[in-house]
Write a protein that binds this ligand. Structure first.
Ligand SMILES: Cc1cc2nc3c(=O)[nH]c(=O)nc-3n(C[C@H](O)[C@H](O)[C@H](O)COP(=O)(O)OP(=O)(O)OC[C@H]3O[C@@H](n4cnc5c(N)ncnc54)[C@H](O)[C@@H]3O)c2cc1C
Length: 431
């Protein structure tokens, strides 16, 4: 039987949307190109992913193969250390997240979708320009045939991730981010990581970039994100470049001594992209296919799940009949896209405070104030208030809250005292 709707891409965005739609009575077919490299980025999650896992009924299964993540620590090359734990977000969200082996997480989402009744076809789908005004984009004849379809589904979702299949076919441009970084990463054994509490993700701010350490069961994921000109000076191959950073960066080399790389090194470039348009007659883009801001603070997986959730809330909650109402579909997607853009802008602004050094200057100011005015009324409250808002923004709870956003801007503008200037803390944009 022909599906109501086809989703291209069985990653987190595609499978989450498939689950939500099937729960609402839609007949859904997902095209899965079955590409699950041994390694995939997207291993460190924010707490805002947990409510979606619960809604899909998979949290216990995720917990069984993942590492509990209590927070994130930032270590700066100047010696400043900021420990965020998710405790202060109690009441807004679960006070933890997970570090996930990505291929297993994607497999679980697919299994869950199958349990709920989603159909899958193993095929790298091709989207082409539509042949009538109600269908700006459609599956190619070969892709229809690969799934045994005799007619076009009423709607197509592009969940192809950074392939951005719909944008490429329709020539839709993108708002590119301000950084020109490249990321290299791999999994290691015997990498020295005795960080407490267990599961804490560690971000190290280096001279021309930053590095992540994400504890996973039995291994450590280690990545560097550096300006591409700097990367060229590290060696010719991805292996040489990652190896060079781990041998020479003062903040990494003592931890890396004796470590054994147990996977190939993966490379990611040009990932800061937000599409100028995310939907049209007969189609919409979900997850990275619509946009991705930056890996600092790990918003990607959450945004993939959230974009599926927003489409569900604004469009598909009306039930399968909505597919016969182009006006309702268009209005719903416009509303979902408005929210998505606000999410992306909010993450981008927050992440910028980390790249440009402002968060570190604020933290240093706060620490100095607390020492100098220890015991003064209000000082402890102010520190807790700031910490709660920054932790809540980074967890996905208050990311879009105007009050939290303005609070950080106000404090940066008026309260920085007796600290290094943000420029000294900044990740340098280029060499
Ligand atoms: C350097 C770096 C580090 C990152 N670290 C993190 C992190 O720590 N935490 C985090 O949350 N996020 C992180 N991200 C982002 C995260 O990986 C993505 O946001 C997330 O994977 C998006 O999910 P998605 O489902 O939209 O796309 P994807 O995960 O890319 O899934 C798309 C799927 O579609 C398939 N596909 C593509 N074309 C076709 C086709 N034509 N037919 C059929 N299937 C197709 C692909 O094979 C894939 O399975 C990072 C990103 C980068 C670049």
């Amino acid at each position: 039987m022909n599906p109501d709707l086809a989703i291209v891409g069985a990653g987190p965005a595609g499978c989450t949307l498939a689950c939500l739609l099937t729960q609402r009575g839609f007949k859904v077919l997902v095209y899965d190109d079955a590409k699950r490299p041994e390694l995939l980025v997207g291993e460190s999650l924010v707490p805002a992913t947990v409510p979606v896992m619960r809604r899909l009924g998979i949290e216990e299964r995720v917990a069984a193969f993942s590492q509990y993540k209590p927070g994130v620590s930032f270590l700066h090359r100047h010696g400043t250390r900021i420990d965020f734990n998710f405790g202060p977000i109690a009441g807004a969200l679960p006070t933890y997240a997970y570090n996930i082996p990505r291929p297993q997480f994607d497999d679980l989402l697919k299994t869950r979708a199958e349990e709920l009744g989603v159909s899958f076809v193993t095929h790298r789908a091709e989207l082409v320009k539509g042949d009538n005004a109600d269908r700006e984009l459609q599956l190619s004849t070969a892709s229809l045939a690969a799934a045994g379809l005799t007619d076009h589904p009423k709607f197509v979702i592009d969940a192809t991730g950074r392939a951005r299949h719909s944008a490429r076919v329709l020539g839709i441009g993108a708002d590119k981010g301000e950084r020109a970084d490249v990321a290299y990463f791999a999994h290691f054994e015997n990498f020295h990581h005795d960080f407490e509490p267990q599961g804490q993700v560690v971000i190290t701010i280096l001279d021309h970039g930053w590095s992540w350490r994400i504890p996973l069961p039995g291994r450590l994921s280690v990545g560097i994100v550096v300006h591409k000109d700097a990367a060229r000076t590290y060696g010719d191959t991805p292996e040489e470049r990652l190896d060079h950073a781990l041998r020479t960066e003062p903040m990494l080399k003592e931890h890396a001594e004796g470590a054994r790389r147990i996977t190939p090194v993966m490379t990611y470039t040009n990932y800061q992209l937000i599409s100028e348009r995310g939907h049209g007659p007969g189609w919409a883009a979900c997850g990275d296919a619509f946009g991705f801001v930056d890996p600092m603070l790990s918003p990607g997986l959450f945004m993939a799940l959230e974009s599926a959730r927003l489409m569900d809330e604004h469009v598909f909650a009306k039930g399968p009949a909505v597919l016969d109402s182009p006006a309702a579909m268009s209005a719903g997607f416009a509303a979902a896209e408005l929210e998505l853009r606000d999410w992306h802008r909010s993450w981008r602004d927050l992440i910028r405070h980390f790249y440009d050094g402002g968060i570190f200057s604020l933290y240093e100011t706060g620490t100095n104030f607390s020492k100098r005015f220890a015991g003064w009324p209000g000082i402890g409250w102010l520190e807790r208030h700031m910490t709660r808002h920054i932790a809540s923004m980074a967890s996905g709870a208050f990311t879009r809250r105007r009050y939290s956003q303005e609070l950080v801007k106000f404090m940066r503008k008026h309260m920085l005292r007796e600290c290094r200037a943000p420029e000294e803390y900044a990740v340098r944009p280029q060499i």
